[in-house]
Design a protein around this ligand. Structure first.
Ligand code: ATP
Ligand code: MG
Length: 412
């Protein structure tokens, strides 16, 4: 893509109200723009990364056999009364009424809506199991929206719901989803822990959270330095340095950002909303459920918290907005620029390239390139007339002089 056509409204100065790196980068680099407290625009560069994250999540959900649907944000009060949450959910639920004085809420989560879909459809064990997910905008009137899109009042979530005839099948699926989540967070190049957790507002029998280890996280977790053992500190009475309860290693404490949460719901919603099926033994039973969330927009910031240097992003391979950034340093339409453009046109057939065709000084181009954070950078400078360019790996700071021919042969 030509950079002149990419809308990236960068800020010259550091945004004053942003306290953490990821927030400063997203505002300064023109990735997001605030509309109201906890409500943001995702500008083209930010949205490109959001879509990359969504696609990883989609691939891993599809891989385990879940199917994607899209449910509405506007949800009628009746469903929430049925589940008992119209009263229980409290002030985080954004409530509104239509012109006929009928009450609605803006969905903070979708257990009610999805249970209503399947109770009308699943009447026999033959239709189970089922796994339905969506990537959709959620609304929660958070008491304290914070850190940009880390804790928004309107944010993007992936939510998956599974439906089963018995507990064994739920257990099997829970592990399948857990594995998919690990693949997602591995692909995002995150350092994280899976921790035993409290089930909070959603309810249900047991749950685990996926915590990205990071100093600005709101949760504290205690984990073993030698095994998978990890638990939210709220739930235990352990301290740093104690031997790990599983007998492997010693305990450490770290801050974590919750990026995912998986629950075995059991029959909480199918009981209250009467979602039953006829089992093999001809008996009517409540459908057993699981639900599983990932904070897509929160992930954007979490990835950035773990992948930046001196307030500059360094996007991991699978989320980078472009694969290669090409910076011609000569004036537009000069003979050198035409050669650089030729390189861009060829390379762009193979990789998603960003070409800085703007009529700007090299200093401006470099500064903006640092805010875009693409790992591979090609500079078309003094030796362009000989078709020689500088190829830079920004992450390792390795620099090579390369001919156009060799660049076009690269496998990145
Ligand atoms: P938190 O404790 O951070 O409020 P939660 O337990 O309320 O999170 P869930 O209901 O489990 O969150 O939602 C699933 C996922 O959605 C969370 O793991 C998190 O990644 C994301 N999420 C929740 N609330 C927000 C928010 N206000 N802004 C952005 N992402 C959020
Ligand atoms: Mg919450």
């Amino acid at each position: 893509m030509k950079q002149s056509m990419l809308f990236v409204p960068t800020l010259r100065d550091n945004p004053k109200d942003a306290e953490i790196s990821s927030h400063r980068i997203l505002l300064k680099g023109g990735y997001i723009k605030q509309v109201a407290a906890g409500v943001y625009n995702y500008l083209p560069l930010g949205y490109k990364i959001i879509k990359n994250i969504e696609n990883i999540v989609r691939e891993e959900m599809d891989r385990i056999g879940a199917s994607e649907l899209l449910m509405p944000s506007l949800q009628p009060k009746d469903l929430w009364v049925e589940s008992g949450r119209w009263d229980d959910y409290g002030k985080e639920l954004i409530r509104l009424s239509d012109r006929h004085d009928r009450d609605f809420c803006l969905g903070p989560t979708h257990e009610e809506v999805v249970t209503e879909i399947i109770r009308d459809y699943v009447t026999s064990y033959k239709k189970l199991p089922l796994a339905l997910y969506q990537i959709q905008t959620k609304f929660r009137d958070e008491y304290r929206p914070r850190f940009g899109i880390m804790r928004g009042r309107e944010f993007i979530m992936k939510d998956l719901y599974t439906f089963h005839a018995d507990d064994e099948d739920l257990d099997k699926w829970y592990l399948k989803v857990r594995g998919a989540y690990q693949r997602i967070f591995d692909r995002l190049d995150l350092t994280y822990r899976v921790v035993g957790a409290n089930s909070g507002q959603i309810g249900g029998k047991s749950s685990e959270e996926f915590m990205v280890l990071c100093d600005i996280g709101e949760d504290s977790i205690i984990y073993s330095d030698e095994s998978e053992y990890a638990v939210n500190i709220e739930l235990v009475n352990l301290k740093e340095g104690d031997p790990s309860p599983d007998g492997k290693g010693y305990l450490k404490i770290a801050k974590g950002i919750e990026v995912g949460h998986i629950f075995k719901l059991g029959t909480k919603y199918s009981d209250s909303m009467k979602a039953n099926f006829i089992d093999k033994d001809q008996k009517s039973k409540a459908i057993i459920m699981g639900c599983y969330g990932i904070g897509i927009s929160r992930l954007l910031m979490s990835v950035l918290e773990q992948h930046n240097y001196e307030d500059h992003p360094l996007w991991p391979e699978e989320v980078t907005p472009f694969k290669i950034h090409i910076l011609p340093l000569d004036k537009i339409d000069s003979s050198n620029e035409l050669i650089a453009r030729d390189l861009y046109l060829h390379l762009n057939e193979k990789y998603d390239c960003l070409y800085d065709d703007r009529d700007e000084r090299p200093g401006v181009k470099f500064k903006d390139a640092d805010l875009i954070g693409i790992k591979y950078r090609i500079i078309a400078g003094r030796k362009t007339s000989d078709k020689i360019f500088e190829f830079i790996n920004v992450e390792t700071n390795e620099r090579f002089e390369m001919s156009m021919e060799d660049i076009l042969k690269l496998e990145l």
